[in-house]
Ligand binder design. Structure first.
Ligand code: ATP
Length: 422
């Protein structure tokens, strides 16, 4: 039986859907055998209803007591959901005996949930078509994420990473987190690149611990052995429980290869283009430039926002003519940059007065009269064009860990010409 759950938490009142999964994994052990790891699936990061990272969870259990399992799951979701928040609309689905047709429908539904925007009716259509056991609270928007996570659990993922999440004791939730920062830095040094986004060295920030009133103490992202190793080196307040999730975080599953003229708001893309104006820093420290597609002639603005910190220094060095590939979400017809590949740097020239055979630089001989050397009298008609050295290398660059989306693939996972942000 695959159980999908989503939309239980609230920005103001706390809670966390992954915590419900962590508790259920323990409770359900008495009624069946877990199959694989619980899943933490990140869906389209541009959904306006999301609380934080648009995550949904799925648990797979081999049970001969499905009724009892359902009762426990629903009781847990009901008791832990922050139902008084109007934006909390939990959904739960139970998949049992999945036909080939259902698997195919789930595959495309889950892909859409990660890359596109769905309606509650889209989830209900599949639920009704296949008579799927499902439960909704309030408007049931959580059915979208619940079905998508359960769908991934049943169809598999082409790529995955892990996150080991440590949870706080309930009496501590809402108080400042007590974590030994030195132990976090050491855990990071010890395990990077098998773990990532634990700390942001350039921006002196701890990334793995949230700040809200949710039950998460910290979460270590990375490869399986790496996250366990890092976890064992972190000194902190007592951990109530910890759970290892298999996840699509760090996979870029949200990105769709496309062309500028085909983009739509609230989707995320990989786009080729040529820089067509000088990047400019606007109010708030955001850096904006425009790229065009030489084939269609269409153009789109790209933004490295202030929270992307040192990434903006790379962006500011772009000049018209640079060939790039940009990755990020499109909102208000602007690409919110997550990564950029500089494919080819445009040649930049500076115009200077010519150098005479005697080695001195000539002076202008007057408007329209070329140049003359003051010492030996030699003349020249045209100025020199001097190639300016670009202080930028080709390759992939990314926003720093403190600005990275859960689902974005960190460059430390990529091969080739990469400059991982750290
Ligand atoms: P957290 O990560 O802290 O658990 P969250 O950021 O995942 O919270 P939710 O509370 O789950 O946010 O709210 C997201 C809502 O958006 C859910 O109801 C989910 O079903 C819905 N949703 C997810 N993906 C899509 C999508 N592609 N199209 C439409 N709705 C979506």
């Amino acid at each position: 039986m695959i159980i999908g759950i989503d939309d239980t938490d609230s920005r103001s009142e706390g809670g966390c859907t992954t915590y419900i999964a962590a508790v259920l994994v323990e409770k359900l052990k008495n009624y069946g055998d877990p199959v694989g790891y619980p899943l933490l699936i990140r869906l389209n990061p541009n959904i306006r209803y999301k609380t934080r990272g648009n995550g949904a969870v799925a648990i797979n259990i081999d049970t001969d007591n499905p009724k009892k399992v359902k009762r426990i799951v629903l009781a847990e979701v009901k008791s832990q959901s922050k139902l008084s928040d109007e934006n909390t609309n939990p959904g739960v689905v139970f998949l049992n005996g999945i036909s080939e047709n259902l698997r195919n429908d789930l595959r495309s539904f889950s892909r859409c949930a990660i890359q596109d925007i769905l309606r509650i009716e889209d989830a209900k259509h599949i639920i009704n078509k296949y008579n799927i056991d499902s439960y909704e609270f309030k408007n049931g928007r959580g059915l979208i994420g619940a079905l998508a996570a359960a769908g991934i659990a049943s169809t598999g993922m082409s790529d995955h990473t892990f996150e080991l999440i440590a949870y706080r004791r309930s009496d501590r939730v809402g108080t400042p987190r007590e974590i030994d920062l030195r132990s976090i830095r050491e855990a990071d040094m010890r395990t990077y690149p098998r773990t990532w986004d634990t700390v942001d060295i350039a921006n002196r920030t701890v990334v793995c611990a949230p700040h809200g009133n949710d039950p998460v103490l910290f979460g270590i992202r990375g490869e399986r052995e790496g996250v366990i190793d890092a976890y064992n080196h972190i000194i902190s307040e007592p951990v109530e429980r910890s759970t290892l999730f298999l996840t699509n975080q760090g996979t870029d599953m949200h990105l769709v290869r496309s062309t500028i003229d085909q983009t739509a708001d609230r989707r995320s893309y990989i786009l080729n283009g040529v820089v067509c104006d000088m990047p400019r820093t606007i109010c708030g420290g955001h850096v904006i430039f425009r790229i065009t597609d030489p084939q269609s002639g269409s153009g789109i603005d790209c933004a490295a926002f202030e929270p992307t910190k040192n990434f903006r220094q790379i962006i500011r060095q772009l000049v018209p003519g640079d060939q790039v590939v940009v990755c990020g979400s499109v909102n208000s017809k602007t690409v919110h940059l997550e990564k950029i590949k500089i494919e080819r740097l445009a040649a930049r020239y500076e115009v200077r007065n010519p150098v005479c055979t005697c080695g001195r630089r000539m002076k202008s001989a007057g408007v329209g009269q070329g140049y003359r050397c003051k010492r030996c009298g030699d003349t020249a008609d045209v100025p020199d064009r001097v190639l300016i050295e670009r202080n930028l290398n080709c390759g992939w660059y990314e926003v720093p860990p403190c600005a990275r989306r859960h689902i974005a693939k960190p460059l430390v996972r990529c091969v080739g010409d990469v400059h991982p942000g750290r």
